[in-house]
Every structure is written in C-alpha cells, then in structure tokens.
Design a protein around this ligand. Structure first.
Ligand code: ADQ
Length: 489
C-alpha cells in the first residue's frame, strides 16, 4: 500500500513470539553461532517478506552474564532479532510449566496423567504468576524498541497476557494476537483457573486471529459465556470497545518448495530415494515428536493395514521422520520409547532380511532433504489427534505436482478445513478407518489423484504465508493509517 503522496509505505512490524526463529549456541564467552530452528511458526513467518520486520523473543538459552547477553544481542541484531532474556526459574515455571504443561494439553484436548494433574493443580498459582511475569518481560523489550506507527504482532499461547501488558504501556499501540494452536470449546477453557484473566488480557488486543472459523467461534463463546460480554459479527465488545476476532488460515511459502525441486542437489537426492525404494510405494509422516501428532496411532494403523493386506507387505514402506521436542520431559521420553517399541515390533514382524516396512528417524531433516522426500512420496499420512493447522500437509502438496500423491489427513487438523476436499479425511483415533484409507489411497485411480491434487495444489499456492501475514497486518493497519495519516481538516 501507499502513502497519500504515492510513495510506497513499508510497514514496520514487531513480531513477538516465545522463541526467536534462530537457536543460539555459545561457542566461547563472547561468541555465538545461530541456526534457523524448525517449526510451523518459523516456516510460516520466513515466508513473510513485505514488511520491515523485527523479531522479538527468547533465544532458547540461559545467558546469566552481561558479556554473554551483549554478544548475543549483537549477533542476533544481524538477523533482525531482538532477544528477551529469561532466567532458568522463569523458563521452568512459565515455559515448561504454564505454557507446556497447562495450556498446550488443554488447547489440544489432551488430559494430563493423574499424578501430573495433581502436581499441576498445586503449582498452578506460581506457574501463572511466572507466566504473567514472563509476558511482562516481553512487553518491556517491545516497549524499548517500539516506534510510533509500528504494528506489534504477538504470537501464540505463550503470550496471551502480552496484549494487556502492551496496552498498559501505550493504549495507542496497535496490537494483534494470533493463536497457532486450536482454541478449544468454551467448556474446556472454563476449567482453567485463570480463564477470565487470560481472556481479558487477549481482548486488550485490537485484532485477535485464529486458523479456522471454529476456533474463532470457540473464543467468542468463551468471552460471552465466561465473561458475560457481547459477541458481535466483528468480534467481542466490552464497554463500547470492540476487539475484532477473525479467522486467518496460515499457509506456506509454496514457491520456495516448488523451486527447491529444481535444485540439482535435490534432484540427485530424489534419484537416490527412488532407487532405494524402487518397486515399493512410499508413505511418509513428518512430525515433531509430540502427543498431539498421533504418531503411535498412525503406526498402529499401518500395522493393521499390513496385517489385513499380505500382498502389499513387500510393496510399501512407511518413512516416519520425527523431530524430538521437549526431550527433558518424562511424558515425551515415554512417547519416544513407545514409538520405538512399536516400530521395532512391526519391523520384526513384517520385515525381511532385505527390507523393513518402517524407516523411523528421530531427527530433523534439512530443507532440501525434506523436499526430496516429499517429492518421492506416494501417500502422506498426517494423522494429528489435534493440530492448529498442520503445515506438513501443505508442504507435501507443494512438492507433488509431478507425482500427484494422496494426502491422508486427520479431521482434527485445521488443514482439514482447507485441504479436506482433496484429501482423504480420517478420524486418527480409529485405526481401522485409517488402515482402510491407506488401501483406498494405494488403489486410487490416476484421474482421481489428479483431481484431488489439483484442488489442494491451487489452494496451497494461492493461500501463502505471505498472504496470511498481509491479510492479518493490513486488517490492523487500516486502523494505523488513520493515526499515521489523519485526514486533512
Ligand atoms: P507445529 O506443531 O510445529 O506448528 P506444523 O504446522 O506441522 O506443526 O509445522 C511443522 C514444521 O516443522 C513444518 O514446516 C515442517 O517441515 C517442519 N518439520 C517438522 N518435522 C520436521 C523434521 N523431522 N525435519 C525437518 N523439518 C520438520 C504449530 C502448530 C500447527 C500450526 C503451526 C503454524 O502446532 O498446528 O500449523 O504452528 O501455525
């Protein structure tokens, strides 16, 4: 968009998220190396190029000394990143505690084990206090770097308190908040002891965004039923002040994936993979190793398929890439061993001396390796038990324009609302249904695959990350412009 005098106007955007898009590793007292980290938010925001953006967030490391903080701040500045320094105790209570033990499971409809539930109930107040304190620390850093006219875009469940902290500093600041996870039914949200305080804090934002219309509706219902406020077609109204609430489905930088397939190194990798899996159909899962991704259920469904379809046993392979996350948490360690145990059992049961049915890798793949794998895949299995959106399904579709493989997609992923017409939708809890969908995908005619793929490919290439960010920020900027460029009178 343009200024009234016709000059282009590059909006300054402060993107605030719990984690910066880079991870920092200390090499010596004053030297740091930085690496781009994997994850949905990073992938989406890397596709956003239209704004003069600065990132504000935690670098994922404890840096107690001032010399280290100075050196890291300097290294990050080159990447347009600004660190928030959190000490170990805050990280433990805010990040591991309130964010990941309370909000994450609750928003994904996952109950905690009984012993954790009791411990969590006991430590709830101190964890919530740490959450508010951490959000205030983010607000302090935003406030130091804020310039009039900036749009501040807060991300995710870690920072639900931030809009309120920012507005307390400066009620003129334009603040948006976007949730990357589902927002659960108001009946779930109302079990949270801090339910009202959190909702009020989010409502301090000018614009509140979700991936799907359903999540937005759940949020508005929570505000009307729990806070007794009024929902309007535009959002939620509190004492004459309107917070706009809307759905902004995220996308990916699809061109980046499509272009990568032309890179010689990727083509070489594709040739190698085709050779390695010659004569077999390739099924693929790419997930963070998290409870919500439904990895054990997916593997059990594959086992059921092999059990019921002996003729396919040596003609199909499942490649499951699972990046470990939160490796220090016992629940996640248990999940890792559970997955290893199931994979080992199935490989022992159906493998031969020359081939195994499941290749399971506990690690992250580099971008080119990932693109090559997407390109040689016949069937992608995205069977999250809940997922805000799920970008893996989008990335797979972007890399499939020559192969036109089939996407099996959980109905509990936000992506089901955008890619549902092209995918085979499944209930991931029903392994009989998922096993049957594998058979359906393997036997699908070329015409039907083409038709389904076309639908999804058009969606993925037209609803990009860039468009997502522009839609969100413009929504807000329309208000900013009135402040930046008031009408002459
Ligand atoms: P995530 O839960 O991280 O994101 P997702 O949307 O699937 O889930 O994004 C994962 C990203 O990490 C993808 O870009 C994928 O390529 C990458 N990735 C995953 N496993 C990988 C591996 N083994 N190697 C390399 N890269 C890997 C959260 C929400 C989602 C929401 C996004 C964006 O949980 O529901 O879609 O944010 O809003």
């Amino acid at each position: 968009w343009e200024r009234p005098d016709g000059r282009p106007f590059r909006q300054r955007l402060l993107v605030v998220a719990n984690r910066l898009p880079v991870s920092a590793v200390r090499r010596s007292e004053e030297s740091w190396s930085l690496e781009i980290s994997a994850g949905g938010l990073v992938t989406a925001l890397l596709g956003v190029k239209e704004f003069e953006a600065r990132w504000i967030g935690w670098a994922g490391v404890n840096v107690p000394d001032e010399a280290g903080q100075r050196a890291l701040t300097k290294a990050l500045a080159e990447k347009k990143c600004i660190p928030v320094f959190l000490d170990e105790d805050i990280v433990h209570q805010y990040y591991n505690g309130y964010c990941n033990n309370i909000l994450w499971p609750l928003f994904h409809y996952i109950g905690l084990p009984q012993e954790d539930r009791l411990a969590t109930t006991r430590s709830f107040q101190s964890q919530f206090a740490a959450y508010k304190k951490a959000n205030q620390m983010f607000a302090d850093v935003v406030n130091q770097h804020y310039e009039e006219g900036d749009v501040v875009w807060c991300h995710d469940y870690h920072l639900m308190f931030l809009p309120k902290c920012l507005k307390d500093y400066n009620s003129q600041m334009k603040v948006g908040w976007f949730l990357h996870t589902p927002f659960p039914s108001s009946e779930i949200h109302r079990t949270l002891p801090s339910r009202s305080e959190l909702l009020h804090a989010v409502l301090a934002a000018d614009l509140v965004g979700f991936h799907t219309y359903d999540y937005a509706r759940h949020f508005v219902s929570a505000c009307t039923r729990i806070l007794g406020l009024e929902g309007t077609p535009e959002g939620v109204e509190d004492q004459g002040r309107l917070t706009r609430v809307a759905a902004f489905p995220i996308g990916i930088d699809s061109d980046r994936f499509i272009r990568a397939l032309e890179v010689p190194q990727v083509q070489e990798h594709i040739r190698e993979l085709k050779e390695r899996f010659a004569g077999r159909k390739v099924m693929l899962g790419v997930d963070r190793l998290d409870m919500i991704k439904g990895i054990p259920q997916k593997i059990l469904a594959f086992e059921k398929f092999l059990e019921e379809n002996p003729t396919w046993r040596d003609k199909v392979v499942l490649v499951q890439i699972a990046v470990p996350t939160r490796t220090d948490v016992p629940e996640y360690q248990k999940l890792t061993s559970q997955v290893h145990e199931i994979v080992g059992r199935i490989n022992g049961r159906f493998g031969t001396l020359s081939a195994v049915p499941i290749h399971h890798l506990d690690r992250s793949l580099d971008f080119h390796g990932l693109c090559a794998l997407y390109a040689v895949t016949d069937i992608a299995l995205v069977t999250s038990l809940r997922d805000g959106m799920n970008l893996v399904s989008y990335e797979f579709v972007a890399c499939q324009d020559s192969k036109k493989g089939v996407l099996i997609l959980s109905e509990f992923a936000g992506a089901a609302q955008s890619l549902g017409a092209g995918a085979i939708l499944v209930n991931p809890w029903n392994i009989t249904e998922v096993a049957a969908s594998i058979g359906q995908a393997l036997n699908m005619s070329a015409e039907e695959r083409e038709k389904r793929h076309r639908h999804n490919f058009v969606h993925v290439t037209t609803h990009t990350a860039q468009e997502w960010a522009e839609t969100f920020v413009r929504y807000d900027v329309s208000l900013c412009n009135q402040i930046l460029f008031p009408p002459d009178n």
